[in-house]
Every structure is written in structure tokens, then in C-alpha cells.
Ligand binder design. Structure first.
Ligand code: ADP
Length: 218
């Protein structure tokens, strides 16, 4: 189903969201106060508008309420990011995702009702660190301060072993919740499932346990 998005702020982060959403066939309204950027994006997205997002009347006149999802990708101007998020929630936008620069910024965004808060630099740094420690770690999603979900590529060390053989739950306290094998996904694999080299294991658990599994197992 085609969804309608608004991206406010066309820096590197917002710009990249615009391009990818468009590539995925979505309708995108791009907003920035910088005219040059808006001109650049007018050839890429469905609509591009020069506007200052802290001006409530402008957002209203753009019919912002009718969009499915608004992404506040304002970079350094924390005040503008907070005020924009606040106005969007006051206008009744259902889903607002805002970019936070630091923990204080995140706290305020949460308080004023942002539905999703992203920290691209911090999160990418964490992901990269896991991938640097173990090149088998393909992706890493923090579920809470203590728990994560990671994608780990199975290498030759565990090729041909079943989940029960490896005894991951008892030895490491983590669970393999799914296995991606070529085009298939085996959800909730049986303990007897044999892992093959090249499988991607989706593992859930406490961070400390996952780290032990990452470092020792592979
Ligand atoms: P990034 O780190 O993603 O490159 P930037 O700070 O370079 O972030 O980009 C943020 C963008 O947000 C800039 O293009 C800036 O013009 C835009 N922006 C900042 N404040 C507002 C605002 N109040 N209304 C509209 N656009 C804004």
C-alpha cells in the first residue's frame, strides 16, 4: 500500500530518507527552509516545499495532519526540532519520528510525544562496533538498555551442528528465534534444526549474553 510521508529537514539524514522512501514507491512531501535544497529535492520527491517548520500556520496549510507519518530530520537546531515535534503532535499527526542529537534532546522529544526517536550516529556507531568485534555480526537492534536482537552469520565452526548440539540457550542464555536461509526464513526453529554455513541466525537475549555468544561461538 502506498503511504504518504513528510520529511522535514533535507540534510544528509533527511535527504537519504527522502531518496529511499521514493525508491520504495512512497509519496513524499519534503520540507526545508533552505531554498536550494528544496529545488534539488523537487526533482526527486513528489512535492518539495520551502517552509519554516516552527511556523504552525504553514504546517496547517500544508494539511500535515493527513499524512501517515512525519519525520523530523532537523540536525543541529535542537530548539527547532523540539518545537516542530511539539506542533506536529498538537496538530494531531499520528506518527512522528524525530532525530535526537543527545540524551537530553531525546528526553524532551519523548516527553512531548514523539512516537519514535532515532539517534543515527550513536546507533550506527554501536552497530559498527559489534561488526568490528565480530565480522559475523551483520546487524544489531537494541530492544531496551539490556536486551538486543542481532543477526549473526553462521560460519564453518558451527556448520552441521543442530541448535540442541550447540546448546546456546543453556550455555549462553540466548535464543535463536529465526534462521534466514537463502530466500527462506525458518521462524522458531526446532532444537533439531541443523545450522549450515551461510545461514543468518536471528538471536535475542541480554546484551552481555549476546556478547559472549558473539565472541566465543563464532
Ligand atoms: P544532517 O546531519 O542530517 O546533515 P543538517 O543539520 O545538515 O543535518 O540538516 C538539517 C536540515 O534541516 C537543514 O537543511 C536545515 O535547513 C533544515 N532545517 C533546520 N531547521 C529548520 C526549520 N525550522 N524548518 C525547516 N527546515 C529546517
Amino acid at each position: 500500500m502506498k503511504k504518504e510521508f513528510v520529511v522535514i529537514g533535507l540534510g544528509r539524514f533527511g535527504g537519504s530518507i527522502c531518496r529511499e522512501l521514493t525508491r520504495l514507491g512512497m509519496d513524499v512531501l519534503a520540507i526545508d527552509k533552505n531554498e536550494d535544497l528544496v529545488t534539488e529535492y523537487s526533482n526527486i520527491v513528489t512535492h518539495a516545499v520551502v517552509a519554516d517548520s516552527v511556523d504552525e500556520s504553514v504546517l496547517k496549510s500544508l494539511g500535515i495532519r493527513n499524512f501517515d507519518h512525519v519525520i523530523v530530520a532537523i540536525g543541529d537546531d535542537i530548539q527547532a526540532s523540539i518545537l516542530t515535534t511539539l506542533i506536529l503532535k498538537e496538530l494531531g499527526v499520528k506518527r512522528v519520528t524525530s532525530k535526537a542529537l543527545n540524551e537530553y534532546h531525546e528526553k524532551v522529544l519523548r516527553k512531548i510525544g514523539a512516537d519514535q526517536i532515532v539517534h543515527p550516529e550513536r546507533d550506527m556507531g554501536k552497530r559498527l562496533a559489534h561488526n568490528l568485534v565480530s565480522s559475523n555480526v551483520l546487524d544489531y537492534l537494541e530492544l531496551s538498555d539490556e536486551h538486543s536482537l542481532v543477526e549473526i552469520a553462521a560460519n564453518s565452526k558451527i556448520d552441521g551442528h543442530s541448535i540442541i548440539d550447540l546448546d546456546v540457550r543453556a550455555r549462553y542464555g540466548v535464543n535463536i528465534v529465526a534462521i534466514k536461509r537463502e530466500a527462506n526464513v525458518i521462524v522458531s526453529p526446532q532444537a533439531t534444526e541443523v545450522i549450515r554455513k551461510g545461514d543468518i541466525l536471528i538471536v535475542i537475549g541480554a546484551n552481555a549474553d549476546i556478547n559472549r555468544f558473539e565472541v566465543k561461538m563464532l
